[in-house]
Design a protein around this ligand. Sequence first.
Ligand code: ZN
Length: 177
Amino acid sequence: MPILRQIAQIGHPILRRETRIIENPADPVIQALIDDMLATMVEANGVGIAAPQVHEPLRLFIVASRPNPRYPHAPDMEPTAMLNPELLLRSEETEKGWEGCLSVPGIRGLVSRSTHIGVRYLTRTGTVREAELDGFIARVFQHEFDHINGLLFPDRVEDTRELVSEREYLRIVSSTE
Ligand code: ZN
């Protein structure tokens, strides 16, 4: 049975630490960690979660997607575990979009991200996958990729006036839809 993990919040040093490559995806400890992360993400209503957020300094995250107020056309994507992920290319074209984070509760920020990226990762069964990601899923990947490099979305906000409370975010989004 998966265990719900406690999510580290901004200020905890684990979120800023270096992370290790996963040498053996089949290791039962890694498989159990992936199951725990999936359960923890679903419970917290997230669309992604990275290992450092559950206090594990490893190069592993989960990317998911579902329609949401900011991206009503975001695809429904089965949560996917990505091990030792690499960002192979990123478009020069960028787009500003609102982000939140399970480790930064109650805050949203406008972050500029590449609209199109090429990635490589291992699946949880150890298979190498290459993929091109766009839009919301590309944004989630870049957000999670930052996590395994010790970065949080407020580090990417260009103007601190574009950091807002969850309540103000909901007001802004509902008035621009
Ligand atoms: Zn996050």
